[in-house]
Design a protein around this ligand. Structure first.
Ligand code: F6R
Length: 242
């Protein structure tokens, strides 16, 4: 894995956004895999800024988001779809029909997962997948456990994940759905390039194990060790134990 350590979270966000813009310039129809969460907020702000400055063109780009809460309509204010509208889609020239999202309110969630896999395949797979890492080492919503599923699937969210996402549901963990849909680890690892982003001391232990520990389903991020082109973008706090 290629490790990039930056002084501040702002430096991480600027470098990431620049990497995305630089990837789009020669390949305008780049297929991007995108995360939500607190970590990428500053990167999306920087991408909006680059777009406004004429330095990031999304007019031919394609996006697939990693995950969505089950039972949550795309228009729900707590949905990841709305997060993306706020932080990126509403402010750049990405055509609506090139945005791809799991629909957490689909009548048949298993069929919805299959549909998503087929759409990713139809675009020839993901070129650049950006990832955060959960406070329990999850990737997308692939939670640590006895086993990991390869393809897009329904997941039962860990308590810690529901706690970490409570802010999207009025600060009330009880209102965070118990289930979600997530790209699987195989889907993620098939992306041609991966970038894992982590900031803050809270992520330091998992980052150290992701890089130096065994590959284990107990730490989904450790599977990135198996990828031929995985970059880690870290601030000093997240890299503290390296
Ligand atoms: C969100 C996602 C999650 C987050 C992770 C980190 O789409 O896939 O894996 O990246 O939970 O979240 P933050 O950035 O809030 O610490």
């Amino acid at each position: 894995m290629h490790i990039h350590i930056f002084d501040t979270p702002g430096d991480v966000a600027a470098a990431l956004a620049r990497r995305v813009a630089d990837a789009l310039a020669p390949r305008p129809d780049l297929v991007l895999g995108l995360p939500t969460g607190r970590t990428p907020i500053a990167m999306y702000a920087e991408l909006r800024r680059l777009h406004a400055a004429g330095e990031a063109d999304f007019s031919h780009a394609v996006t697939f988001n990693l995950d969505e809460f089950a039972g949550v309509e795309p228009a729900h204010p707590g949905s990841f779809r709305q997060y993306m509208e706020t932080h990126l889609f509403g402010a750049v020239n990405l055509p609506r029909d090139r945005i791809h999202f799991l629909d957490g309110a689909a009548p048949d969630l298993d069929a919805e997962c299959r549909r998503y896999e087929q759409e990713i395949e139809a675009y020839g797979g993901i070129d650049l997948q950006i990832l955060g890492i959960g406070a329990n080492g999850h990737i997308g919503f692939n939670e640590p456990g006895e086993q990991l599923l390869a393809r897009t699937h329904r997941v039962t969210l860990a308590d810690s994940t529901r706690r970490d996402n409570a802010a999207l549901f009025g600060g009330d963990q009880a209102r965070v759905p118990r289930e979600a849909l997530s790209m699987g680890m195989g889907t993620i690892l098939k992306a041609r390039a991966l970038i894992l982003v982590a900031m803050g001391e809270r992520k330091a232990t998992w980052i150290e194990r992701t890089i130096n520990g065994p590959v284990t389903t107990r730490l989904p991020a450790s599977f990135l060790q198996l990828h031929r082109r995985a970059d880690l973008y870290l601030d000093r706090d997240a890299a503290r134990l390296l």
